[in-house]
Design a protein around this ligand. Structure first.
Ligand code: SAM
Length: 366
């Protein structure tokens, strides 16, 4: 994260007692003033991180005990009409080997996942025009008819209100659409001019209005991110109150305009996970694949910082290494479905349990 020079001068070297008081205040009120946020965001250190993680874990335990929810992730197409500057499956990356899964492929992955205990499936993909509303609704209905006790999450980008409503009526329960950054200038540096923050935010509010459990989020350490843009992210999340928040480190991809940028760090991602848990105590917060990619123990550390969701990959083996949003994306045993037992052991070893449950947000009455 770049720190804006003015902020750095004003808020640097704050005593840990002040920071501890701010964390206590955040826990109590779930919000802070702009200056307080900037102060906390700038002055990260080991002692403060440990203090924050203890708070975040106890808040999470109050609502979710030691339960960790699993979501079966199906990356069903890597074809995308968008050209986001950070993303390895962006339209202009001619080195990406493109694929689409058929409805039958998707259903057989769900079948396998269901047998292993998955009760949430996440359909994620590029914005692929081939999957028009009819095709998406057909897939949703097929999954929900075959596995009525599961929740279905979509993560297929920006659509009209009518399309979102049609997917919801067909049976989709949740929708993940990271806002990416709540600062317009920053948004415009990460995306082509055909995309806008206003539309992204409008989509998120539309999804809420329709009745979805909604997920927002952003990449930690994305190019041009500053403490000011992060403050706006925190504020935006407090206002939107999403049921899910996906944050993970930005990781460079060799075939994107950001190939020479620095990736985000484990430390900063963990810190933000802890802070987000205090803003929204009941939020469903994944320890993401990107976090597992930058560190072998990223998933466990994410849980110990306040996360309570992991999303193993259910996609067929032959496409898993083609959904490459960033370099060196993990597709290890623990990441993939075959490694669910290993994942359970890892999660147990830090005192948590993977549960077979839809894992809805605690306040959510569907
Ligand atoms: N097309 C859908 C959308 O726009 O929401 C879903 C797919 S998109 C690839 C899923 C998420 O991947 C994005 O929201 C973005 O935050 C993340 N992502 C893309 N490129 C990344 C990178 N280089 N490092 C880390 N995360 C990345």
């Amino acid at each position: 994260m770049d720190i804006n020079n003015n902020s750095k001068d004003t808020f640097n070297n704050i005593n840990n007692n002040v920071l501890i008081a701010l964390i206590d205040k955040l826990e109590e009120n779930n919000t802070l003033s702009k200056d307080e946020w900037i102060c906390l965001l700038i002055n990260r250190n080991k002692e403060i991180m440990d203090y924050l993680f203890k708070k975040a874990v106890s808040v999470r335990k109050k609502h979710y005990g030691n339960d960790i929810y699993i979501r079966g992730l199906l990356e069903f197409t890597n074809i995308c009409k968008n050209n986001c500057l950070y993303c390895g499956i962006r339209r202009d990356n001619s080195n990406a080997e493109r694929y689409r899964l058929s409805k039958d492929d998707i259903l057989s992955c769900c079948e396998e996942g269901y047998e292993m205990g998955f009760r949430t499936f996440v359909l994620q993909g590029g914005e692929d025009p081939y999957f028009n509303d009819d095709k998406i609704m057909e897939i949703i209905s097929a999954i929900k008819n075959r596995f009525p006790d599961t929740a279905l999450t979509l993560s297929i980008g920006e659509k009209s209100y009518e399309s979102y409503k049609a997917y919801y009526d067909a049976g989709a329960d949740r929708y993940l659409l990271r806002h990416e950054t709540a600062d317009t200038e920053h948004y415009n540096k990460l995306h082509p001019s055909s995309m806008s923050l206003d539309n992204r935010i409008k989509c998120l509010y539309n999804l809420k209005e329709i009745g979805y459990q909604v997920g927002a989020g952003f990449m930690v350490g994305s190019p041009y991110q500053t403490v000011e843009t992060l403050y706006k992210d925190m504020k935006f999340l407090s206002e939107l109150k999403p049921e899910m928040i996906g944050i993970g480190p930005f990781i460079t991809h060799k075939d994107t305009p950001f190939k020479d940028e620095k990736s985000g760090t484990l430390e900063e991602t963990l810190y933000l996970l802890g802070l987000i848990r205090l803003i929204l105590p009941k939020v469903l917060l994944p320890a993401t694949t990107a976090l597992g990619t930058i560190s072998d123990k990223g998933r466990e550390l994410g849980i110990l910082a306040g996360a309570n969701v992991v999303m193993p990959n259910l996609s067929p083996k032959n496409v898993r290494n083609k959904y490459l949003l960033y370099n060196n994306k993990i597709s290890t045993n623990e990441e993939a479905i075959e490694g669910l037992n290993n994942l359970k052991i890892r999660v147990n070893s830090i005192g948590y349990n993977i549960v077979t449950d839809r894992g809805d947000h605690k306040d959510f009455i569907s």
